[in-house]
Design a protein around this ligand. Structure first.
Ligand code: G4P
Length: 284
């Protein structure tokens, strides 16, 4: 895959996130539940440093529930609290508020010890790679409670805080980081889930990865969707079988691989094969 990332853009994104980090108590890192590791930027660890962090596995409605549970456990073992969420629905809102409170408990207790009886609301930033659902989640949590601040003389940058209940305030603009995919496999996973613009992709290439992954972890779903008798070893034969079943034929009866690849990716992204995850903890 030929995708280029420009160091200038990266440095700017990093600076912008660092500016936002100064304003908040808790980082809410959003990832795609179907590929929780690949949809993170490893640099977050270093940037966030000691700030408490909540990891949200968004689009959990599209992911394989069993695998999502494995991820939650995996992160818990590393001392990272993770929650599955669906930004299109209210599911998870109370849990997010509660988790942010928990993460600030220690700090609040210190404030109480100092005699500050009523600590202010927890301030949080939603952070993640493009297309992971940051804006959707912010809008969902906002429910019109946008508090305007910062538009006074002498305050250079207008920052808006969104009130989520009484105890949580979110910065209205998310922190955006680029995904990291020097690793080809990470690039494929981001592509399958639609995190990379389609114009940049070689559909055949991505669908070969997708079919191999499905044949390995979800053979029954593959057989059911494309009414296959079995899954052949040879990936070209698998393409031929699916293309033939779906009527993707060119003149002369040859299978149109571009069209077949497009159908496979469209089906996967619209959950036609059911809920799928494309990454597992400790996967080789
Ligand atoms: P971003 O700010 O992080 O860039 O992401 P954004 O909120 O714009 O969301 C990207 C796409 O993901 C949107 O689809 C949005 O509806 C979808 N999305 C966000 N959260 C969820 C979720 O929990 N479940 C599901 N199923 N979808 C979610 P879109 O506008 O149709 O864009 P696209 O899919 O055509 O790129």
């Amino acid at each position: 895959m030929t995708i280029q990332w420009f160091p200038g853009h990266m440095a700017k994104a990093r600076r912008q996130v660092q500016e936002k980090l100064k304003l908040i108590d808790v980082v809410i890192e959003l990832t795609d539940a179907r590929i929780p590791q690949s949809s993170r930027n490893p640099m977050v660890d270093e940037m966030v440093n000691n700030k408490p962090r909540l990891l949200l596995l968004n689009k959990s409605d599209m992911a394989d529930d069993k695998v999502t549970s494995q991820w939650i456990k995996y992160y818990a073992e590393q001392g990272i609290q993770a929650l599955p969420v669906n930004a299109l629905k209210d599911k998870g809102k109370q849990e997010i508020i509660q988790a942010c409170q928990e993460l600030m408990k220690e700090k609040h207790e210190k404030l109480r010890a100092k005699g500050i009886i009523k600590p202010r609301a927890v301030r949080a930033l939603i952070l993640g790679i493009p297309n992971v659902g940051k804006s959707t989640l912010i809008n969902r949590l906002a429910s019109k409670n946008i508090a305007k601040t910062g538009d006074k003389p002498g305050v250079t940058k207008a920052q808006q805080w969104i009130k989520v209940g009484k105890q949580l305030e979110l910065l209205d603009t998310p922190g955006i980081l680029w995904p990291k995919f020097e690793d080809e496999l990470v690039g494929y996973k981001l592509a399958v889930t639609g995190a990379i613009k389609d114009e940049l992709l070689d559909f055949q290439d991505i669908s070969v990865f997708t079919l191999r992954y499905l044949a390995n972890y979800y053979p029954d779903k593959l057989i059911e969707r494309y009414k296959l008798d079995e899954i052949p070893e040879d990936i070209v034969k698998l393409f031929d079988d699916i293309g033939t079943k779906r009527g993707c034929l060119m003149s002369g009866g040859l299978v149109d691989y571009d069209k077949t690849a497009e159908i496979i990716l469209r089906d996967v992204r619209s959950n036609k094969l059911g809920h799928l995850s494309f990454e597992r903890p400790n996967e080789k």
